[in-house]
Design a protein around this ligand. Structure first.
Ligand SMILES: NC(=O)c1ccc[n+]([C@@H]2O[C@H](COP(=O)([O-])OP(=O)(O)OC[C@H]3O[C@@H](n4cnc5c(N)ncnc54)[C@H](OP(=O)(O)O)[C@@H]3O)[C@@H](O)[C@H]2O)c1
Length: 238
């Protein structure tokens, strides 16, 4: 039986990913802080699955928790680092910004590194990280969130080069959503995509071992445009 771990499975994209991977026959290891949400999720899934609570703000402890979950499960071939925090940064409040940096940067790197080292030891595997199209520009309303996602995309790109140099069959996938209908999204932004469709595209890309997945697909072109647009022009739209 194929095994996968989802870090940040208690809601939104991670929850739906668990539903769709379990439907494909995966046995899952589910991680997040909210135990009751993970219990509710497991109760809805076919098959038997594992739960490990974790708080990415405590990075070294989260690494130990991921390692012990991997050992408990036996032979995990896919690890998705999905946990993330994002909010409008109206007040430039350090406590808010710090949590984003702790989860989206320190926690993200700690989990990705632990997964990568495990796959190197296992001599094969698949690491996927959920970044954002926000990685492609800076915005006054969410300066920290965008910067944390730029870190995530850049870091995964580096790990992908590392995997290529290792000559081992290790895939590193960067997932960059646009707007997906989850509790994180406030209001109804442009092109807000339904969660089922978005995650189905994500699962297809993961099964095809893609290096880069945009959800939904049209955001590839937005990202490309943002990469070549000057900042003064981006500021006119944001
Ligand atoms: N929805 C979008 O439009 C969109 C767009 C671009 C990128 N993304 C990215 O997609 C990912 C999933 O977001 P979502 O939209 O599905 O939001 P969500 O429903 O709020 O889910 C966020 C997940 O992250 C986990 N998490 C938050 N803080 C954590 C912590 N300290 N330790 C461990 N886990 C933590 C949450 O679990 P607990 O609270 O139970 O810990 C939850 O499972 C994030 O990385 C987000 O940045 C989303």
């Amino acid at each position: 039986m194929k095994q996968a771990i989802i870090i940040g499975a208690s809601s939104g994209i991670g929850w739906e990913l668990a539903v769709q991977l379990a439907a494909k026959g995966y046995q899952l290891g589910l991680m997040a802080r909210r135990r009751h949400c993970l219990d509710d999720l497991v109760a809805q899934l076919p098959g038997e699955h594992f739960i490990q609570t974790t708080d990415l703000c405590v990075a070294e402890q989260a690494q130990e928790e991921l390692t012990s979950l991997i050992k408990l499960m036996g032979d995990v071939e896919l690890i998705v680092v999905n946990s993330g925090v994002g909010t409008k940064e109206r007040l430039l409040d350090w406590q808010v910004e710090r949590e984003m940096i702790d989860v989206n940067v320190r926690g993200f790197a700690a989990m990705s590194l632990t997964a990568m080292n495990y796959f190197i030891e296992r001599k094969a595997g698949h690491l996927a990280g959920v970044s954002s199209c926000a990685a492609h520009f800076s915005a006054g309303i969410t300066p920290t969130y965008n910067a944390t996602k730029a870190f995530a995309s850049n870091y995964l790109n580096g790990l992908r080069s590392r995997a290529a140099h290792s000559k081992l069959p290790i895939t590193v996938t960067t997932i960059e959503p646009g707007f997906v209908e989850t509790p994180m999204v406030e209001g109804k932004p442009m092109w807000l995509a339904p969660i089922g469709k978005s995650v189905a595209q994500m699962v297809k890309g993961l099964m095809d071992k893609k290096g880069h997945i945009f959800i939904t697909k049209r955001w590839r072109w937005v990202a490309l445009l943002l990469d070549i647009m000057p900042n003064w022009l981006i500021r006119k739209f944001m």
